[in-house]
Write a protein that binds this ligand. Structure first.
Ligand code: ADP
Ligand code: ADP
Length: 228
């Protein structure tokens, strides 16, 4: 599903942001990625989306060899990866329904299937009653749930979350993590970058710890080895 072989990323000459990363994530896994600020977590996500190219090493996502993927095939790679950010990134001038439907229109989904899919996603995140609301009328937790619905509406096989609870209080953070867990149980591979150690400890998922561009630990059931 996701394979990195000896991947290094240097932005400028000097210390690499990622330094010889070997990583294998199977289909259907739930993985936390933790580590100090600057340890390379965002860089990893950008490489998986091919927003950046590795300086050396090999990356495969869903059997696509990213080093060689053509511009033309980039949309097909990105359609298969949903992304959720710390700051939600909803369209402020569109309501909840349209924020989610927009993601399907962009990939030219037939209009007859859009409505059903959008409503199914809203139901999954518990926001059916808010479909007409605008982002600024929603709490942070609700906005993040809309962002998750949007990320999943095209049925990607992988969901990447970059600090999805970074702007949320503990209660909303737990709500988001429960939804991510449920999404994973339905078959989506979920990778979550987070600083929320209480949640990482409690959820007992595979946890990868990064430091200075390297993976310093990779454990099966939660646990981490760094202090911010
Ligand atoms: P994290 O997400 O764990 O905070 P990043 O992947 O953002 O880490 O950063 C890893 C390292 O790469 C840091 O030293 C950071 O300063 C550096 N870095 C990140 N993005 C850039 C960039 N666009 N140009 C130069 N250096 C960068
Ligand atoms: P995060 O909060 O996800 O760890 P950062 O705060 O590290 O992200 O980085 C925010 C943005 O700034 C990213 O797009 C990253 O690529 C860029 N960036 C980070 N470090 C540097 C750097 N040293 N030089 C240039 N851009 C950087």
């Amino acid at each position: 599903m996701i394979i990195l072989e000896n991947v290094t990323k240097e932005y400028t000459s000097g210390t690499p942001a990622l330094n010889g990363i070997d990583l294998r994530i199977e289909k259907g896994e739930f993985v936390f990625v933790v580590g100090n600020s600057g340890s390379g977590k965002s860089t990893l996500i950008k490489l998986l989306l091919k927003e950046l190219d590795a300086t050396s090493g090999k990356i495969y996502v869903n059997k696509k060899y990213l080093n060689k993927i053509t511009r033309k095939r980039l949309p097909s790679l990105r359609r298969d990866i949903g992304v959720v950010f710390q700051d939600f990134r909803l369209l402020p001038d569109r309501n909840v329904y349209d924020n989610i439907a927009f993601a399907m229109k962009v990939v030219e989904a037939p209009s007859r299937i859009i409505r059903g899919r959008v409503l199914a996603m809203l139901s999954m995140v518990g926001l059916l009653d808010k479909y007409k609301s605008f982002p600024n009328e929603l709490s942070g937790g609700e906005q993040q749930r809309v962002a998750i619905a949007r990320a999943l509406v095209n049925e990607p096989s992988i969901l990447l979350c970059d600090e999805p609870t970074g702007n949320l209080d503990p209660e909303n953070s737990w709500e988001i993590m429960k939804i991510l867990d449920e999404i994973n149980k339905r078959g989506t591979t979920v990778l979550v970058v987070t600083h929320n150690m209480e949640i990482v400890q409690a959820m007992k998922k595979r946890t990868i710890t990064m430091n200075n561009g390297k993976i310093i630990s990779d454990v099966e059931k939660g646990g981490y080895f760094y202090e911010d």
